[in-house]
Ligand binder design. Sequence first.
Ligand SMILES: [Zn+2]
Length: 631
Amino acid sequence: MEEIIFQSGFLLCGFNVFSGRNHSDFANFKKTHKFFINMKTKLSLLTLALVSHFSMADVQYRLSITEPEHHLGNVDVTFPKSAQAHIDVQLPDWRTGRYEILNMANGIRFFNANDGQGNALKWHKIDKNTWRVHFEKPTEVTVSYQVYANELGMRSRHIDDSHAFIDASGFFMFSDSFRQEPVRVDLNVPKQWRSVSGMAFAESKHSFKADNYDILLDSPIETGINELHKFSVDGRDYELVIWGEGNYDVDLMLRDLKKLVKTGSLIWHDYPYDRYVFMVHATSGARGATEHLNSTIIQRHRDRFASRSDYIGFISTAAHEFIHTWNVKNYRPSGLVPYDYVDINYSDLLWLVEGSTSYLEDYLLLSAGITTNREFYNSLTRTVNRHMKTPGREVQSVAHTSFDKWINQGGDHGKNYSTNIYLEGALVSMALDIDLIDKSGGKVSYRDVHTELYKQHKLPKSFDAADVKRILKEISGRDYSNWWDNYVDGPAILDFDALFEKVGLEYVYPMGTKEIARLDGAAKSVGELLELTHVARDGNAWKAGLTAGDKIVAVNKHQVRKDLAATLSLFEAGDVVTIDFIRRHKLMSLELKLAKGYNSNKVIRAVQAPSERQAKLYKAWTGVSHPNAKN
Ligand SMILES: [Zn+2]
């Protein structure tokens, strides 16, 4: 019972009882108000709390954009009357969907606090993103500050003279004491701007309301000069809002988004929203996307919408974010429930959050008829080939890379010693899917795991690895513990030939592929020189002593220009050559045995004559017929 009272955030006799994870304020509160934890009064307090809750005032946020060209906004937040000795107000240290500490409090200036009568209150910072405001008698508290919002690519906060993208985590401070209370947001923006959000409008076209801070934080606002398209599918409302001018084809986008949003029924059989907003930034210098409660923000270069491959990039991203509406926004691993906005949220299942989402996006696109079989194989080929060129696949499990996502780094070391929740997460999901389909003769698939996660572990519940293993057993009748040890908790060494053979595909070099000599790594041009950006761990170049950052000058005393492949085409695999290179301003030299490579990458394609079983499993796997099936 104590737990219920403390977590519900009810107002008790004008005192707010604390909610959420940070109970440091609560300890303080307990000292001065011991009667709250007196067992005898508990029941009557709860009754009172239920009555009083409805009289609680909203937390009110006001954002005024008066100097958009300087990326500045002014925020006021008014918290309802509180009788504590102080309240702590905090700006999140990360934003949902990006598992990385972002230090967003670095953009705050001119912080001040006032009571309900406008009198200044004392405050001081107690850590990098927490301001403690002191007062002596019960009062409303308004804090004001300036925000510098110039992080477009982070999809956290951006203001310029044409728009603002407002992820509340980058703008709006919260107090744990009021996290569960209703919120209202009012924007003061240039007259011709239009505001759109997954949140419901309040009284004006630039004001929104939400049931609590968590919803506000997961419902970004796009406001500015934009184009807006609305459509309905199966009784639910959708909006596509685009900021920026690009080479996109809105009719095509709308046609495919309508097909895409129907696919939710293929896996989850139920929709967690009545209204959903696709926000698009057609811009430059920012690329990526983020999922939210009933909206997504997708950023692409303004010129990267028109070609078929660019367009598939866009619609695949839309599919990915749409899947997240269920996978992470409606069921998510225990380390992320509830979100802790000021600390790292550890989970060994981020591979299932991200990788499985990446994996399932191709299924949705193919079964909806948005992409073709061939486009599906191309996407799969890219994923598998990237994985095969990642030596880190032999080092790090998807469980470990999930847990360490917050500190993971890419680059040369990352490629050699790490895996990726998206890439390897997708392939582990695929391996599990094909295993389930194969062992059940096509009756059970990995999609059923997600159907059950949504059914059994909807928020505010959560799930952990044991729950996923239990669900696997429930749906397949088989124990997946050993499989999990091998492919999730240990580095997943996948046999792609065996996997693809089951569903009537093959992973082969295309006809005419030739053997070539290669230096196993990657390089980029820097001025006149060719700098190694990656040297594959334990490859010939690595063993000979080359490392990322070395600048290749010559092979066998002949200068290397931009095209290393052209230079190496004069040699054969196994030839020993002299490499001259610059390392830290010093000319050096070493001998290297050239590795064996091929002038084409392997491709995934359909087998010419699938067996009846292959054709059946292919259909169960993809939702469409095998292209070479007899009937
Ligand atoms: Zn994602």
